[in-house]
Structure formats: C-alpha cells, structure tokens
Ligand binder design. Structure first.
Ligand SMILES: C[S@@+](CC[C@H](N)C(=O)[O-])C[C@H]1O[C@@H](n2cnc3c(N)ncnc32)[C@H](O)[C@@H]1O
Length: 445
C-alpha cells in the first residue's frame, strides 16, 4: 500500500490524532499507522490505498496542513538523494511534467537563499518539464526537521529531511474565514474559530446530519457545523445571547446576523430559548450530533430554572408595560445555580437518549489540571469515549471530550461517575486557585 506523510500544523498537538481519526471515519478512508505519533513532530507516516483517497481524507483537516506521497526521509541530503535515485519509475513519470518545489523548515527558518540552494540540489532528478508556481502538475515538498521550535538553540543540522509529492491539502484557510474578529456578532463566550472547526470534525458534521447545541450562546458551532453541510439548531436559557442584546456589535442582531454574513440561513434551522433541564424535545433519538460548550460558571454562574425555595417558577402573568411579563424581550426567568458536575451529568444523560446510534457528543469539560483523573469522566452504558484532548491554561485546562452512542438508550441504564470529580464545583475551585494568582500577576505588573 502507498505510504504518505501527514504534515500536521504544530498547534493543539493533543487534538491532532483525534481529528485525523474523525476524518478517517467521516470520509470512510482507512489508514494504517506506519510511525508512532509524536506531539513534538509534525510528521506521521500512514498507509492509504491511493493518492486520491489520501486527498479526500485530509480535505476537511484543520490541524493537517498537507498530505504528501512519501518518497524518502533521511538525516542527510546525500542519503536522501540515494533513496530517491532508486525510484526510477517515479522519476520517469514526472520527467516531462510541470512542477514546483516547496521548501520548509520545522524548528528553524530557512532563508530564501538556503531554499534556492536546496531546490537546486534536487536537479539530479532530471526533470525537464516547466517550473510553474501556479497550477503545476506536481508539487514537491522538502522539509528539514530540526525539532521543536521552542528549543533555545536549534540544531546545526536537521535531524531528518523529508521529501515527497503533495497530493492533498487540509482546510486551514477556514480558520481565517471564521475568525471571530471578523464576525458580525460575537459575545464573550464565542468559541475560537479553529476549535469550533475541529469540533465540527469530531462531531462528523456533514451534509444532511442534524446537529444540536443545547448551550448555544452566540452560535459558534452552528456556523462551523453548517458550513460542512449539517442542518443545525441550538437553544439557550438566555435569549439575549441568541438575539444579540449582549455583545451587540455593528447594529445587526445576534446569531441571525452571522447567518447572513456566512450565507448559512438555509442550513441553520432555528434557535429557541429554554432551560435544557426543562426541554421540550420529544422522547427518543433525534440528533446525529450534540456539539456544545457547557457553562463553566466562571464568568457567570451556570443557571437553571428555579427558585431558592426549591420550586419551579410558574409562568409569570404579571403585567409590565401593558404586556405579560414573560412575553417581554428582556424577560429572564428566576434561576438557581447549576453545579458543573450536574451540568455534565445531565448533558451525558440527554445525549444518551437523544442521539441516534452512531451519533456523537462533543463537549468541553473544564478541570483543575493537577486534580484531574481520567475516572472523573462520567460514563453511560450507551456512550463510548472516542477522544479526550486537553487544552492547558496553566493550572486549569479544558478537555474536548468526544463520545459516540454505541447502543440504544434504555430508561433503566444510568450514568456512573466518581463522587468528587475535578470539575465538581469548578467555579469555586477556579476562584480559590487561579483568579487570585491572575489578580496577583496583574497587580505585580
Ligand atoms: C459557554 S456558553 C456557550 C457559548 C457558545 N458556544 C458561543 O459560541 O457563544 C454557555 C451558555 O449556556 C447557557 N446556559 C446556562 N445554563 C443553561 C441552561 N440551564 N440551559 C440552557 N442554556 C444554559 C448560557 O446562557 C450560555 O450562553
């Protein structure tokens, strides 16, 4: 089977393999690993049946720059050239084709002169076709790998030189397209574009799938999931987030303004305002994916409908400004705090029931890093863990959890978990440990 180099972006290293595996499932392209994955290297060798399938595999990749047909990798150019010279069929195939070379360094930047020198050293390949910077029939890739770029002194010579023919590109251009700084409407909870796009891949969002965000806020995931063809919908206890009276920008309202900006109005079905603990969904499986960022309760405590005396608020029939209070746009019902481990537990239970078999739950779990234990993750017999990737922020981190529904939901099966997971009472833990440190940093400046 042909061998390919996956050339990862060197960001979110804990998310890259999970995304690759999601893409393999999404595009139905089988991969066999031929080298061990390393968080410190952007290269991974895999077997894939054909170059066409390799290109298909990475076309939605956010953490994948390119996929390259492997021609060789050696610690020195002379050894690399010997390896390439043996591939006479390949050299003959590209002898008369138009071509270009891309030279890159990982862990060290190469000057323009060094790049030209590298390109010229490949003249032994005997290519006679024209060089074309645009629309070349073959694009060759050379990368000198020096090791992680944060090393104080890069190595003098590369530890490895990689060479091959580029056969496919990822979709990193979408990060710029969905950049939150360019978004018409955003709020202080809007999710970064790169992570929203990765989540859409983890959720296998695709043409015709139905995706739901129960904590929709400003609707980041509706945009990225629907960009990939999914029909999406969301709800939130706070209609002001959806309508845009909070985080209001440039005079256009809420999520609708973003749908217009990205021309996604026909794929984002609707949004609604309700507490997920009292949701109106019919029983049984409905969604292909649930993609969400639950309230952590750091900036504003997570809430659910209720009164301090333990009763659920009834519809308020009080008349304010001539209309029933609950019909006013700015009405916000009485709420009580919603503890983080309850939020996560309820979300899992909801997903176990409301996902179709094979459907995915993709959500963020905040934890105190040094207290986190993998056992903190609640488990449900209908849901199987697919990926658990950490985004560290010093003492605390958030984890992107991907689960897949593996069997029908049964009302007598329930959630299991430890009593005191590191996300329990996250707000209190966060403020007792980190906010003081941050304040101190600010004051010491
Ligand atoms: C972290 S924010 C989600 C941000 C969102 N991903 C975005 O792109 O803006 C969490 C959201 O959950 C909502 N929320 C809190 N408690 C809720 C509940 N019980 N039911 C539904 N939504 C709730 C909050 O109003 C908030 O908008």
């Amino acid at each position: 089977m042909p061998l390919f180099i996956i050339y990862f972006a060197h960001y979110h290293e804990d998310f890259r393999l999970a995304e690759l595996e999601a893409l393999s499932k999404l595009e139905n392209v089988k991969i066999t690993y031929k080298s061990a994955y390393s968080a410190t290297s952007p290269f991974l060798l895999v077997d894939i049946a054909s170059a066409q399938l390799a290109a298909k595999l990475v076309q939605r990749g956010i953490l994948i720059r390119q996929i390259i047909e492997y021609w060789g990798s050696q610690p020195t150019y002379s050894e690399l050239f010997d390896e390439i010279k043996q591939q006479t069929d390949r050299l003959a195939e590209y002898k008369h084709k138009s071509f270009k070379f891309i030279v890159d360094g990982f862990g060290k930047s190469l000057s323009q002169e060094q790049k030209v020198e590298v390109i010229e050293s490949f003249s032994f390949m005997g290519f006679e076709g024209p060089i074309r910077m645009r629309g070349a029939e073959a694009e060759f890739f050379v990368c000198e790998e020096y090791g992680e770029s944060d090393k104080p002194m890069p190595l003098e010579t590369p530890q490895m030189i990689w060479f091959g023919r580029v056969v496919g590109q990822g979709s990193r251009d979408l990060i710029d397209r969905f950049d939150v700084k360019k978004r018409t409407y955003l709020g202080n909870t809007t999710m970064d574009a790169e992570l929203s796009l990765i989540m859409s891949n983890q959720a296998l969002a695709r043409e015709g799938s139905l995706v739901y965000d129960p904590f929709v806020g400003t609707g980041s995931f509706l945009l990225t999931c629907s960009h990939f063809g999914a029909l999406s919908m969301g709800s939130d206890i706070d209609g002001r987030q959806i309508r845009g009276t909070a985080g209001f920008k440039r005079g256009i309202n809420g999520i609708k303004a973003n749908l217009k900006q990205y021309n996604l109005g026909d794929r984002v079905l609707d949004t609604a305002v309700f507490d997920i603990c009292h949701n109106p969904w019919r029983a049984g499986p409905l969604f292909d994916a649930i993609v969400t960022d639950p309230p952590y309760g750091v900036r504003a405590g997570a809430k659910r409908l209720g009164r301090a005396n333990g009763t659920i608020p009834e519809l308020s029939l009080k008349i304010v400004d001539g209309v029933e209070n609950y019909k006013r746009a700015e009405y916000y019902p009485p709420t009580v705090p919603y503890e983080m481990s309850d939020v996560i537990g309820d979300l899992m239970q909801f997903a176990a029931e409301k996902l179709v078999v094979g459907g995915r739950l993709v959500y963020w779990l905040p934890t105190v890093a040094d207290e986190y234990d993998p056992k903190d993750l609640p488990v449900h017999p209908a849901l199987s863990l697919v990926a658990n990737s950490e985004q560290p922020f010093g003492g605390w981190s958030r984890r992107l959890i991907t689960m897949e529904k593996v069997r029908e939901f049964s009302a007598d099966s329930s959630l299991e978990g430890v009593d005191d997971p590191a996300h329990k009472n996250f707000r209190d833990r966060y403020f007792s440990k980190f906010e003081k440190l941050e304040l101190c940093d600010e004051q010491c400046k």
